[in-house]
Design a protein around this ligand. Structure first.
Ligand code: ADP
Ligand code: MG
Ligand code: MG
Length: 210
């Protein structure tokens, strides 16, 4: 059975920081087209700090760890995406309280709480051309796979694949939230940077958790 413990979660954040560092220029290019060209540097700055937490601190549990990751992202990423990613991790803490080995049910509950946090904070709807267009289908695919009896790695793989489809789908949309919405019709034809970084986070989860 594949389960995720504190060590897997720290590997997730380390892996994500490495991927974001590698993809920072790409994320910034996406943001240059429809925003202000800082998404890659915002995320790189925050994820490097979040990844360093595990080297300098002992965490009592998964919930304490994701909470600190969330606080770190809120205070270091900045922009629109910092509070959104921060809220995602802060909200994950609820369902992970007292959980040492998280399987599909626990990770699914944490994912749901996190995505609900993104929704509450950003108030984006599906097809507003935001990161929510990656989060929403990812959560749905995770739940469907878990309901079918998939193990954690398989359910996360399905979530990552659905996120990538959602990300690609943002290309044809007109932005209705965030900076890109100022462009109106001119935002069409470009992938949303936040949907791209969310897909990377879920791909990273599929590699490291479970
Ligand atoms: P900023 O736009 O402040 O420079 P970033 O460039 O770091 O911040 O992040 C931009 C991303 O934030 C967008 O690509 C989009 O995915 C996401 N975003 C912006 N506003 C919202 C919102 N209201 N709800 C969900 N996601 C949002
Ligand atoms: Mg930006
Ligand atoms: Mg900015």
């Amino acid at each position: 059975m594949s389960v995720a413990n504190l060590e897997s979660f720290t590997r997730w954040i380390a892996d994500y920081a490495a991927v974001v560092a590698e993809q920072a220029e790409h994320l910034t290019d996406l943001d240059r087209a429809i925003g202000d060209g800082d998404h890659g540097s915002n995320m790189a700055r925050g994820t490097v700090k979040a990844a360093a937490l595990a080297d300098s601190e002992e965490f009592a549990g998964l919930d304490a760890y994701v909470k600190k990751v969330g606080m770190t992202l809120v205070s270091t990423v900045g922009g629109a995406s910092g509070p959104l990613y921060g809220t995602f991790f802060l909200r994950m803490a609820g369902p992970l309280a007292g959980v040492e080995d998280a399987g599909p049910a626990e990770v699914g509950a944490a994912l749901r709480a996190g995505v609900e946090g993104v929704l509450a904070r950003g108030k984006a709807e599906v097809e507003d051309k935001t990161m929510y267009d990656a989060w929403a289908p990812a959560l749905e695919a995770f739940d469907a796979a878990a309901a079918d009896g998939a193990d954690l790695a398989t359910a996360l793989g399905a979530a990552a694949e659905a996120a990538a489809k959602g990300r690609d789908g943002t290309k044809d949309l007109i932005a209705r939230k965030g900076r890109a919405s100022y462009l109106g019709e001119r935002s069409r034809g470009h992938i949303d940077p936040g949907a791209a970084s969310t897909t990377l986070l879920l791909e990273s989860a599929a590699r490291t958790l479970g």
